[in-house]
Design a protein around this ligand. Structure first.
Ligand SMILES: NC(=O)c1ccc[n+]([C@@H]2O[C@H](COP(=O)([O-])OP(=O)(O)OC[C@H]3O[C@@H](n4cnc5c(N)ncnc54)[C@H](OP(=O)(O)O)[C@@H]3O)[C@@H](O)[C@H]2O)c1
Length: 257
C-alpha cells in the first residue's frame, strides 16, 4: 500500500506540544497536510510547529475553553480555507486512586478535557465546515483503559470509555460526510504516562506480547491512516495499538520460537 497522501488537507491536532500529539502532527505534515498544533501555551505551540517544519502553525488553546477553541478553529479556516482533519488528542489524568475517593473538582477536570473537549471541538469544526470538500475525518485519542478496568485510574478510564461511546455516536450523527474513529493506545513513552513505565519499563515490556512499550510514532502512524482515504470505509471504529497488552500477560504463553 502506498503511503497516506494528505496533500492539500488541513488538520488541527489538540495537545500537540509533545508526546502522541506532536508525533501525530509530524506524521500528518510528513504526509503533506498543513497542521495546526495546539497547546495551552503559545511558546510551546510555536516550538512544536518549528520542530515540525513549514507546514505547521502553533495556536494556543486550552482544550476545554470554548472561546479559545472557537478562535483556533476560526483562525484555521481564515488562514487555510477550511478544515479536513481534527485530532482530539489533548488529555489529562490528575486523578490517581480509587474512584470512590475522587472529588468533583478532579472529576470535572478529567471529563472536561478528555470528554467534553473532543465533543466541543468536533461541533465547532463541523460548524466551520469540516470535510465540506470531502474526506472529513475526526480521530479521538482514547485508551485501552477505556476498554477494561484497572486499579487507581478508574476516573481517567471512565472518561476514555465514554469517549469511545461518543466516537460511535458521532460517527452515526455525522455520517456519511465525516468519519469519526478513535485510537486506543496502550502504555506509550510520554510524560502523561510516566508513572506507568518510568520505574518499571522492563517489566511492562516483558508482559507485553511485542516485548516493548509504545513510542508516540506507533500511534501517529495509525492516526495518519485514519485521517487518510486509506481508511475511507472505516467509521466509529476503535483501533487498539498496544503491542498486544490488552491480550494479557504474555510471559505464560511464549513458546520460545
Ligand atoms: N501515553 C500513554 O500511554 C497513553 C495511553 C493511552 C492514551 N493516551 C492519551 O494520549 C493523549 C496524549 O497524551 P500523551 O501521552 O502524548 O501525553 P503528553 O506527552 O503529556 O502530552 C499531552 C499533551 O496534551 C496537552 N494538553 C494537556 N492538557 C491540555 C489542555 N487542557 N488543553 C490543551 N492541551 C492540553 C499538552 O500540552 P501543554 O502542556 O503544552 O498544554 C501536551 O501537548 C491523551 O489524550 C492521553 O490520554 C496516552
Amino acid at each position: 500500500m502506498a503511503a497516506p497522501d494528505l496533500a492539500g488537507k488541513t488538520a488541527i491536532v489538540t495537545g500537540a506540544s509533545r508526546g502522541i500529539g506532536l508525533a501525530a502532527a509530524q506524521a500528518l505534515a510528513d504526509a503533506g497536510a498543513t497542521v495546526v498544533v495546539t497547546s495551552r501555551k503559545q511558546e510551546a505551540a510555536d516550538a512544536a510547529a518549528a520542530q515540525i517544519g513549514e507546514r505547521a502553525v502553533g495556536i494556543a488553546a486550552h482544550a476545554a475553553e470554548e472561546d479559545q477553541a472557537r478562535a483556533c478553529v476560526e483562525q484555521t479556516v481564515q488562514r487555510f480555507g477550511g478544515i479536513d482533519i481534527l485530532v482530539n488528542n489533548a488529555g489529562t489524568n490528575p486523578a490517581f486512586g480509587p474512584l470512590i475517593t475522587q472529588d468533583h473538582a478532579r472529576f470535572a477536570k478529567v471529563m472536561d478535557v478528555n470528554l467534553w473537549a473532543p465533543l466541543m471541538w468536533t461541533a465547532l469544526a463541523v460548524e466551520a465546515g469540516l470535510g465540506a470538500n470531502g474526506g472529513g475525518s475526526v480521530i479521538n485519542t482514547a485508551s485501552i483503559g477505556g476498554l477494561a478496568h484497572e486499579a487507581n485510574i478508574g476516573l481517567y478510564n471512565a472518561s476514555k470509555a465514554a469517549l469511545i461511546y461518543l466516537t460511535g455516536q458521532l460517527a452515526l450523527e455525522l455520517s456519511p460526510r465525516i468519519r469519526v474513529n478513535a485510537v486506543a493506545p496502550g502504555v506509550v513513552r510520554t510524560k502523561l504516562a510516566e508513572a506507568l513505565w518510568r520505574e518499571h519499563e522492563e517489566l511492562v515490556a516483558g508482559v507485553t506480547a511485542l516485548g516493548r512499550i509504545g513510542e508516540p510514532s506507533d500511534i501517529a502512524s495509525a492516526i495518519t491512516f485514519l485521517a487518510s482515504d486509506q481508511s475511507s470505509w472505516m467509521t466509529g471504529e476503535v483501533m487498539v495499538i498496544d503491542g498486544g497488552m490488552h491480550l494479557g500477560d504474555a510471559r505464560g504463553y511464549r513458546t520460545g520460537i
